[in-house]
Each structure stands twice: as structure tokens, then as C-alpha cells.
Design a protein around this ligand. Structure first.
Ligand code: PLP
Length: 468
């Protein structure tokens, strides 16, 4: 155990630049508190050393989350670490900034101009989706009671494609909703519009459209879904609406594909959620949810607290949270503006598409998503039976070069398909692209030369003294 009785400055060990010498005779307990305190600079060095072999965020192509912000943004955000975004009376500026961001998003998503759009920041899309889902549930209950439907006869249900992100599964479990999955299949890699109504009944709280299916990056056809719901609502006992889970796409499509209709310009889109920390370009910790009209956020989901002084409304699930990420979002909006964001996102899109073109040239992959809609590249082996290696082994080889790229199976109905996904972000440079392609080519080359199949048909890598 570590004891710092002496003045550190006088301790000869503290003068040595080699921390290993300094920690040689120490044995920090990891799972309980160390007995004594240690100097700040030593704690800093020890922990920063512990993080030395952490994954490199910039090479992490598994995540949608932002891994780079400009020094000015970092400075502003660190200056706001102590501001609790929920203390709306104490920090009225932060509340104003949050509202600016909500309004900016409302404008970007073509919210009706009569000014009743409302929304809130959240920790991320998960919390935002929970709120969107809860509003649908409460709205449904109001309507069902009015329509004289026995709300206890059956569980309410939510209709969504089987390509949903896990937050929707959580939503359904936490709030006792039946999840009705419209299956994906080879012809329908996003919500199958022809099948949606098979899953809808008087107990349906709403349909979720996904703008950027997590598995593949594909967009659900929200415009076609809107038309379908419009027809359904003409004769339905309870009119239903759409929540768009735009975790990635809602902060991307408006800049790169303004021609795609998916937002509040469609009448039945009642709420939209997004992650500020994905293509909103802010470090993890921020999401947004907006409702087109107060009508779709039942009043019993808005709470008023007076114990911070003032009478402030809150509709998020979480309470205390640093304001840094909200400030980070505001910085992004202010710094880039419309044209800047178009440039940044277009660059990311172009980078993704150019990587896809290189991958296509290799001839062995079938591309599911080429990175045009959102910069997510997704492919499978065209003929897996022709190779003695799988995408899992390819992922392992790439990891040796620091690239983190997941290989995984598609959801229900397509579980036998193994795919690989690269998420390209704004900080991905041409230099990085070239080394990724080079590393990918070398990895495939290696696997083709060094993989053989054992009698059980399981691939074995370099187990028997290959030379290369
Ligand atoms: C990432 C993602 C989520 C969850 O978002 P968090 O911000 O990580 O909570 C939800 N839905 C979709 C489609 C996503 O891609």
C-alpha cells in the first residue's frame, strides 16, 4: 500500500521522469479505496498511464459517436462542466441555449410554423426515444379512453422494423409494451411498408420509422409510411402517428439529402429524436427529442419543480447533468451554420462512398449500404463458402492495426448473414482512408494465404506453423 508521508518534492523518486520507478514498490488496491491520498500529479500520471492501451477513438469505426471536437469547443465545454443543465433558474443562459438548439432543430426538421413545437435535450437518443415512446403511450391511452376501448384488455403495442436499436427493446420492457417487429428480409433491409399494417390494431401506440437502421445504415421510407398511416387514420378508431428515430440520420440527411422527405413536413410525423453525439458532432452525452405540437406530448409528462427556485418545467427522464454537451451542440450550430454543416457532412459522405468503391473493387463483397444516405458502409462476403475465413477473422486482423470494426449477424429472419460495418465520421481523413484500404487489402491477402479448414470445418488461423 502506498504511503506519502514525505514531501513529494523532496522525494528523489518523484524527480525521476520514469513513473515505473516511482510505482515499483506500490501496490494500489483497485477495488477498494487506497488508505492514503496521493498528490494530484501522481494520480493524474497513474491514471493516464492506465489508459495507455485503451482503444484509439479515432480508429474506432464501430461507433457512430463523435470522437473529435475542435480545441475551442473543448475549451468551452470544459468551462461548463460545473453547470447543471437542469438548474434552469440558476443557469437561465443554459436554458436559453438549450431552447435555441431545440428551435434550430425544429427549423431544420420543418416544424410547423405556428410555434407550438417543443422539445428537450436528453443524455442521448435512448432517453429521447423513451420520451417519444412514452408520449405515444400516453396519447394512445387518452384517445383509447375517449373511444371507449378497454385499455386493460390487451397490452398496448409498438410497431417497428426488426432492425431496431436496443433502446426500443428497453422501452417496451420498462413500460410494458408489446413490441411488434416487422421482419427484415433480403428484399426489405428496412421497414417493409407492405407489411406494416398487418401489425397495427386499436392497441397500437404508434409506428417507429428509423432513419439510419443501426445494423446497416439503411433508411426506412418515412414518406411511404406517412402515406400508409394517412390512409389508415381515415377509418381508424384511434389515429396513430410516427416517431422517427433519427439517431444518426436526422442530423445528416438535412444537409446531404434535403430532397428526402422524412421529417415534420410529413403530417403524421409527430416526434423526432436524434443523438447530438452522432452526426450532431458533439462528444457523447447529448440527444434531442422534439414534438411537432404540444398536442402530442400529454401534459402529465411535463413536470414542474419549484425546489431550485422558480417553477420550471422538465420533461426529460434524467435530472442532473452537465451543461457541457448542450454548449458543445450550440457551438457546432453556431460555428458551422447551414453551409458549413453541408460541407462537413458532404465530406464525410464522400469519404464513405470512396471507401465503398475501393471495397467493391476487391470483388468479394456484396455491399448493403454504400455510405451515401448516412456514411455507414455495410457489406457481407458475396460467397462465404468460397473462403476459409469469415468477417470475424477479418475484424481480428484489422484490430491488429488498431481499427475497430465490428462483424455481426443481422437481426431476426436474417441471422445467418454475417455483415461488417464501418461508420465513417467527420474527422476521417483521406490519409486514414488510404491506410484503412491498405490494411484491409493486406488482411484479406493474409487470410487467403494463411487460413485452412480443420476437419470440423472450423477455420483455424496459423495454428500449424505457417510461414509467411
Ligand atoms: C445509436 C442509436 C440509438 C441509441 O442512441 P444513444 O444516443 O447511443 O442512446 C437509438 N436508435 C438508433 C437508430 C441508433 O443508431
Amino acid at each position: 500500500m502506498l504511503h506519502f508521508k514525505k514531501d513529494l518534492k523532496k522525494d528523489s523518486k518523484s524527480l525521476t521522469p520514469n513513473l515505473a520507478v516511482f510505482t515499483e514498490d506500490t501496490n494500489f488496491p483497485k477495488n477498494k479505496l487506497n488508505e492514503e491520498s496521493i498528490p494530484a500529479e501522481v494520480a493524474y500520471r497513474l491514471i493516464s498511464d492506465e489508459l495507455i492501451d485503451e482503444g484509439n477513438a479515432r480508429q474506432n469505426l464501430a461507433t457512430f459517436c463523435q470522437t473529435y471536437m475542435e480545441p475551442e469547443a473543448n475549451k468551452l465545454m470544459s468551462e461548463c462542466l460545473a453547470i447543471n443543465a437542469i438548474d434552469k433558474s440558476e443557469y437561465p443562459k443554459m436554458t436559453e441555449v438549450e431552447n435555441y438548439c431545440v428551435n434550430i432543430l425544429g427549423d431544420l426538421w420543418h416544424a410547423p410554423s405556428n410555434g407550438t413545437t417543443l422539445g428537450t435535450s436528453t443524455v442521448g437518443s435512448s432517453e429521447a426515444c423513451m420520451l417519444g415512446g412514452l408520449a405515444m403511450k400516453f396519447k394512445w391511452r387518452e384517445e383509447a379512453e375517449k373511444a371507449g376501448i378497454d385499455i386493460n384488455a390487451k397490452k398496448p403495442n409498438l410497431v417497428i422494423s426488426s432492425g431496431f436499436q436496443v433502446c426500443w427493446e428497453k422501452f417496451c420492457v420498462y413500460w410494458d409494451i408489446e413490441m411488434r417487429e416487422v421482419p427484415l428480409d433480403e428484399q426489405h433491409m428496412s421497414l417493409n411498408i407492405d407489411k406494416v399494417l398487418d401489425y397495427v390494431d386499436d392497441y397500437t401506440i404508434g409506428v417507429v420509422g428509423i432513419l439510419g437502421i443501426t445494423y446497416t445504415g439503411k433508411f426506412d421510407d418515412i414518406k411511404a409510411l406517412d402515406k400508409l398511416i394517412e390512409e389508415y387514420n381515415k377509418t381508424a378508431k384511434i389515429k396513430i402517428g410516427i416517431h422517427v428515430d433519427g439517431a444518426s440520420g436526422a442530423m445528416f440527411a438535412p444537409f446531404v439529402h434535403p430532397e428526402i422527405e422524412w421529417d415534420f413536413s410529413l403530417k403524421n410525423v409527430r416526434s423526432i429524436s436524434t443523438s447530438g453525439h452522432k452526426y450532431g458532432l458533439v462528444y457523447p452525452g447529448v440527444g434531442w427529442v422534439l414534438w411537432r405540437d404540444q398536442e402530442f406530448l400529454p401534459k402529465n409528462l411535463i413536470f414542474y419543480v419549484n425546489y431550485l427556485g422558480g417553477e420550471e418545467p422538465t420533461m426529460a427522464i434524467n435530472f442532473s447533468r452537465s451543461g457541457s454537451q448542450i454548449i458543445g451542440q450550440y457551438y457546432i450550430f453556431m460555428r458551422y451554420g447551414m453551409n458549413g454543416l453541408k460541407l462537413v457532412q458532404q465530406h464525410t459522405r464522400d469519404m464513405a462512398v470512396s471507401i465503398t468503391r475501393e471495397i467493391e473493387k476487391m470483388g468479394i463483397f456484396e455491399i448493403y449500404n454504400d455510405g451515401d444516405n448516412v456514411p455507414v458502409i455495410c457489406y457481407r462476403l458475396k460467397n462465404p463458402e468460397n473462403h476459409k475465413w469469415s468477417l470475424y477473422e477479418l475484424a481480428d486482423r484489422l484490430a491488429m492495426k488498431g481499427w475497430q470494426v465490428p462483424a455481426y449477424t443481422l437481426p431476426a429472419n436474417l441471422q445467418s448473414t454475417v455483415i461488417q460495418r464501418f461508420v465513417i465520421r467527420a474527422d476521417f481523413s483521406a490519409e486514414m482512408r488510404d491506410s484503412l484500404i491498405q490494411d484491409l487489402t493486406m488482411a484479406i491477402d493474409y487470410l487467403e494465404k494463411n487460413t485452412h479448414t480443420d476437419t470440423a470445418g472450423k477455420s483455424m488461423l496459423g495454428k500449424q506453423g505457417f510461414t509467411h
